[in-house]
Design a protein around this ligand. Structure first.
Ligand SMILES: [Zn+2]
Length: 428
């Protein structure tokens, strides 16, 4: 499976300029090609092929006066930009056809100089790792990097990013072998708790991390300071960077915490089932804060890829499944329970339930059922087919991590759900 390894880089002044050029050129190629396709579409003409765009907007453009500077950056950067645009279109078309899981992908959009995150992508033709610990990037030079951890193998691609707080990061994609863990005896269902972060079907709780709230206070203070600064002033620019840094810090710490919790759960259990919450739907209600704080979807993404990596079963239980209404002891559907009801007694069998614990047990039973019925296969099969392209950030060991808001989905050859199920003895 493919994992991402992120490191912070420290370009010197010359390299700063070279990278700014590269970001700019990648953006121009993206925008030029996007415009051609949009105009062709508006005129009722067929979709413009990549080969044609490559010839027109890269090779020939370099010979024109207004695009001559494209020749100053590595051709790989320009080609990758076009390839990324193709991927964005493919995601959009797949989304239209309903071939894509998860959130709908919109059509590709123009990139702006003012975008907070600038990036370029390189393949091994345009970067290398010379002895001495730097990273060589074509037309940029040898970048100084903090190697917070070892790369486990030779990387196949590199993305260089500048984030909103002006930090540079190198993100390497590395192919790694699955690391199948010894069989565990237990399986578990997880329910997103509101008082706790999550409740497991054995009744244990994972407490929410405390830090985001505290860090959030600081963030609010910085944001207030920012709003007081005059528009366009130097102090405003400084305050904006402070806000961005604090945002990044909160996101980094939250992600570390998610990694620790998800690793533990995957190690302890042979199968993990979670409720597939419509987080974006819940996010509009007054629960928004706690749900988003908890970062449930990022956490679930980590469980997914770690399950594939370590040979565990993972399945999502449909969000329409009424996990909080059904008695996990007798199966009686006891009717809706408003959120403030934390404990209830089954009208059929008289069992007293803790709301979250009962829901987690229901998720476990439903998860076992759908996996046994083979209905969870689609998810793992999708990974095996490499349909989900997003690479997963590998868990880091040290503090000072790079990017925020990264999606965590696996694009990896995993084991099929049915194979896991057979080990568990659930398939008849
Ligand atoms: Zn009951």
């Amino acid at each position: 499976m493919q994992l991402r390894y992120n490191y912070r880089a420290y370009p010197n002044a010359t390299q700063h300029r070279a990278l700014a050029n590269a970001f700019g050129c990648a953006r121009v190629v993206w925008n030029d090609c996007l415009r051609d396709r949009k105009e062709a579409h508006a005129a009722g003409l067929p979709y413009v092929k990549s080969a044609e765009l490559s010839r027109l907007r890269i090779t020939q453009a370099k010979r024109t006066a207004e695009r001559a500077w494209l020749a100053d950056v590595s051709a790989v950067v320009l080609q990758q930009s076009l390839r990324d645009l193709d991927t964005a279109y493919k995601n959009f078309f797949d989304s239209l056809k309903g071939k894509r899981q998860g959130r709908k992908a919109g059509p590709p959009r123009y990139k702006s100089k003012k975008d907070t995150r600038q990036s370029i992508r390189l393949n091994t033709n345009a970067f290398s790792l010379p002895a001495g610990g730097t990273v060589y990037v074509a037309k940029v030079g040898n970048l100084n990097v903090t190697w917070s951890r070892r790369l486990p193998a030779a990387p196949t691609s590199l993305t260089i990013t500048k984030d909103s707080s002006g930090r540079y990061f190198l993100s390497f994609v590395v192919d790694t072998e699955p690391d199948i863990l010894p069989q565990a005896e237990t399986d578990t269902g997880l329910d997103l708790g509101l008082s706790a972060f999550a409740v497991l079907s054995d009744g244990s709780k994972i407490d929410s991390p405390r830090f985001p709230r505290r860090a959030e206070k600081k963030l609010k203070r910085l944001q207030r300071a920012l709003s007081r600064k005059a528009k366009g002033s130097k102090n405003r620019a400084k305050a904006r960077i402070k806000v961005a840094r604090q945002h990044a810090k909160v996101a980094d710490r939250r992600r570390d915490w998610h990694h620790k919790a998800s690793t533990q759960i995957i190690r302890d259990n042979q199968a993990v089932y979670v409720e597939d919450l419509a987080v974006s739907g819940l996010g509009r209600t007054r629960l928004a804060k706690s749900v988003h704080d908890a970062g449930w979807s990022a956490f679930v993404g980590m469980l997914q890829y770690k399950a594939v990596k370590h040979g565990r079963t993972f399945a999502k239980v449909n969000r329409a499944f009424p996990s909080s209404q059904v008695c996990s002891a007798c199966g009686f559907r006891d009717g809706p329970k408003p959120l403030h009801i934390r404990k209830w007694t089954c009208h059929e069998c008289g069992t007293m339930h803790d709301r979250d614990h009962n829901a987690a047990r229901n998720v476990l039973f439903e998860g076992r059922r759908i996996v046994a019925a083979g209905r969870a296969e689609t998810l793992n099969a999708l990974w095996s087919a490499g349909e989900t392209r997003t690479k997963v950030p590998a868990q880091r060991v040290e503090a000072g991590s790079p990017r925020k808001g990264q999606t965590t989905q696996a694009g990896s050859p995993g084991l099929q759900a049915r194979e896991h199920v057979k080990w568990m003895g659930l398939v008849r």
